[in-house]
Design a protein around this ligand. Structure first.
Ligand code: F6P
Ligand code: MG
Length: 444
């Protein structure tokens, strides 16, 4: 079949809660209501704090937010139609246009189980945010803050091991020969990959921190990497450094979870910058609390401060350097509203052309985590062997790479028979976070 014919063939169906027994169905039926219940509980437990800070107004706002969230949980559990947002934040028009678009697709109104899962799950987090936004003075309260901070503290030993390793490496970074440099890059990429096991959405908020030695785990987990394009990443970076020392090399990292994963990403970023494999790094986080553990600006600042003030020399050294990179502009933090819209990334150029143009300036974009992967390939039921490039469906702003542990039943770019064999030996291989991918697309 010609390339043209392949590209024009209809896209596969979206994952959705209407497929009974699917991972999407189980998530909407069991995990999302549980997350909502925990959010309600969190607000309830902080009642006194709201009172101390804002008096009666704080208590009133807490009550109203809880009533909103209880109603939301009921809408979800009874598969009610999705409704428009009304909180007047800058993304409301885009959300409501998306709802209209889905209304026009069928005679049935969009609803929690019937509509694409990617849409309804993102919608739930946006509605949680609306519950807070509509209720000042607690509008800016991050309902997932506690779990995120807990995840960081529970990973303390792993973070110490990793920062010590990084600081040892940085002592001789200028003299590292290429072989060692490559080995270390591969090690830290894998630490960042496996850091993605620690998300708090799959565990519905229960502790999911890094307990084992992350450097040792890299050796033990090698055989669980299903797609390994690290050599391609290395060639791209080292060739650019050798051939083009004069111009900047820009890396973008589209972040996922706070806690151990974010720390591992920052360690990787420090190594890449210090080794001059890249010269500037742009981080992309979420502008609102999202999928329980996703990173916001507050989480980045909090993490850097925690590192700085830690009672451990090398952790603290990391924190000081990282703040310095931010101040100098070698590291830049962005939180475009697109990342908390329900759209697949193939719509980015049309929905938010400014962000697409920004990403086009990059030499390499790393997308962390499961949700970013779902959005990269549109959360559709692709065959396992469909090329990654094709599943990206014209999303090619720059060379890109996904570092993701599998926690959802979509996967492309596998070898013929690889997916089927895994299904036979381990039926749940796509949803248990045991396997990972380092999957690259060259863009052109
Ligand atoms: O609940 C849906 C989901 O996307 C899962 O597939 C995954 O467990 C989680 O949310 C998000 O994972 P990550 O933090 O890796 O994006
Ligand atoms: Mg996440």
């Amino acid at each position: 079949m010609s390339k043209m014919a392949t590209q024009m063939s209809p896209l596969p169906a979206s994952l959705a809660g209407k497929f009974k027994g699917s991972f999407a169905y189980n998530t909407i039926k069991d995990r999302l209501p549980l997350i909502l219940t925990k959010v309600i509980d969190t607000l309830h437990r902080h009642k006194n704090e709201f009172f101390e800070e804002y008096g009666e107004k704080g208590i009133e706002a807490e009550k109203k937010a809880i009533a909103y969230l209880s109603k939301l949980r009921n809408e979800l559990q009874t598969d009610k139609p999705l409704i428009a947002l009304s909180d007047n934040l800058p993304d409301v028009t885009l959300w409501n246009q998306y709802l209209e678009y889905h209304k026009n697709l069928s005679n049935e109104p969009p609803s929690w189980f019937q509509s694409p899962w990617l849409y309804t799950e993102c919608y739930m987090y946006r509605r949680i945010h609306e519950a807070l936004v509509q209720n000042p003075p607690i509008s800016n309260y991050d309902v997932f803050k506690e779990e995120k901070e807990h995840g960081f503290f529970e990973s303390q030993q792993a973070i110490i091991i990793l920062s010590t390793h990084l600081q040892e490496l940085l002592k001789n970074i200028k003299d590292l020969d290429e072989k060692i440099l490559k080995e270390e890059l591969f090690r830290l990429i894998q630490v960042s990959l496996w850091g993605n096991k620690c998300d708090l959405s799959i565990s519905a908020g229960a502790d999911n921190s890094q307990k084992s030695n992350p450097l040792q785990s890299v050796e033990e987990l090698k055989s669980f990497i299903l797609v390994d394009h690290m050599e391609k990443l290395w060639s791209l970076l080292i060739n650019k450094r050798k051939m083009d020392m004069q111009t900047a090399t820009r890396l973008d990292i589209v972040l996922d979870n706070a806690g151990f994963e974010l720390t591992a990403d920052l360690v990787l970023a420090d190594f890449l910058l210090s080794s001059k494999l890249v010269t500037e790094i742009h981080f992309h986080g979420k502008s609102i609390p999202w999928y329980v553990s996703d990173t916001t600006k507050r989480d980045v600042n909090w993490t850097i401060k925690q590192m700085q003030s830690a009672n451990h020399k090398w952790m603290s050294r990391c924190g000081v350097s990282w703040e310095g990179y931010m101040e100098k502009g070698a590291w830049v933090y962005h939180d475009h509203l697109f990342w908390t819209l329900p759209h697949a990334f193939c719509s980015m150029a049309q929905v938010t052309p400014d962000l697409y143009a920004e990403l086009q300036k990059s030499n390499l974009i790393i997308f962390k985590g499961d949700l970013n992967y779902r959005k990269l390939i549109g959360d559709r039921k692709w065959e396992f062997t469909v090329p990654f490039h094709q599943a990206l469906n014209n999303f090619h702003p720059a060379p890109l790479c996904s570092l993701r542990t599998l926690k959802c039943d979509v996967q492309v770019g596998l070898k013929s028979g690889q997916g089927e064999q895994l299904t036979n030996t381990e039926p749940e291989w796509m949803i248990i976070g045991k396997y990972g991918i380092i999957q690259f697309d060259a863009a052109s």
